[in-house]
Design a protein around this ligand. Sequence first.
Ligand SMILES: *Cc1c(COP(=O)(O)O)cnc(C)c1O
Length: 423
Amino acid sequence: MHKLGTIAVHGGQSGDPATKARAVPIYQTTSYLFDSTEHAAKLFALRDTGNIYTRIMNPTTDVLEKRVAQLEGGKAGLAVASGMAAITLSILNIAGPGDEIIASSLLYGGTFTLFSSTLAKMGIKVHLVDSTEPDNFAKCINDRTRAFFGETIGNPSLDVLDIERVAEIAHEAGVPLIVDNTAVTPVLCRPIDYGADVVVNSLTKFMGGHGTSIGGLIVDAGRFDWTNGKFPGLTEPDPTYNSLIYTDAFGEIAYLMKARVHLLRDFGPALSPFNAFLLLQGLETLHLRMERHCANAHDVATFLTGDPRVQWVSYPGLPTHSSFELARKYLSKGASALVGFGIKGGYDAAVTFIENVHLLSHLANIGDAKSLVVHPASTTHQQLSPDELVAAGVSDDFIRLSIGIEDVQDIIEDIDQALACTK
Ligand SMILES: *Cc1c(COP(=O)(O)O)cnc(C)c1O
């Protein structure tokens, strides 16, 4: 197997058989010709592999799936329309009404709402625990537990998940650990190397890297034993495929194949081939961009740390962060691009700062090549009460940066002049 930078450029591509095109072609088609009625019947019964319909597979998307799976060190990948779709399917693939999930409470906002509200309405109870103390996961385990869930770097505190320890606790309980690796990408950390069983990514962020396309991907490590009685959806006959049993038919990639041929077939959040193509363009420079993101973010965090107009700085790559030791273990190549800081003067100073940045873009996203800034208290978290804000770790003075790959002097100059406006 090649090294990471080579996989980012070549992974999953074996040459286009039809045209010998060097770039990955965009197969902008909904459907594919059958050789014969017998061939069609076999494809529909999953007794032969081949393309049927782009809702569940496409040759352009296939390269993307293989490439990300290789980058993450997994056995197979499934691309879907968004990061949220990836997270939703990753859970619904193994949990139903009456089942329970144990998740870190340090979550992306969309995931928090999915877990605390939408899954609850569907009868799936999600326990949200403080993951900075991994034993908190153990306290919520019962015989309905079906998975653990956490993010490599949690939102908004930027705490690093102790993946190895949490995976151990999950495995003792006979359930898989699902990790959202969006904030760091496999260039900085591969959760599968530390015991994670399923990795989900929003390709919308660093993977695509240019803020052009929404996409998500599920990677199956191919190691978890689904036959321990807790996962009947994988081990009992599926009447919609002539009583096929996923673990018998697909072995180590049973989980991934069920997500594709069952959930993607029925719920339908397919990625468009054009977006798969754009995301592949992004992936080819992922390893280069992450290096620059990390170096720039470290410089910005260091600049802010020494500034009298700043109250506090949160960056897991600095010794002042409570996750610094975990970052040294899991993020030894860099602590990614997200930097939080508190501005002196609270809410009003934060608003003034946002209104005076020029180079930094004011929007709700992360992982763009461009530097981004947001003030959660006045935007993403404005509906929360003061108590809820505290619980979510979103203070009035909190500004979140996603540092891009521009020249760092220009980024710092822009931050410096906007801070000057707050005096
Ligand atoms: C953005 C994001 C998501 C959701 O991804 P979309 O592609 O926007 O649906 C999930 N997790 C994390 C950590 C994110 O940053």
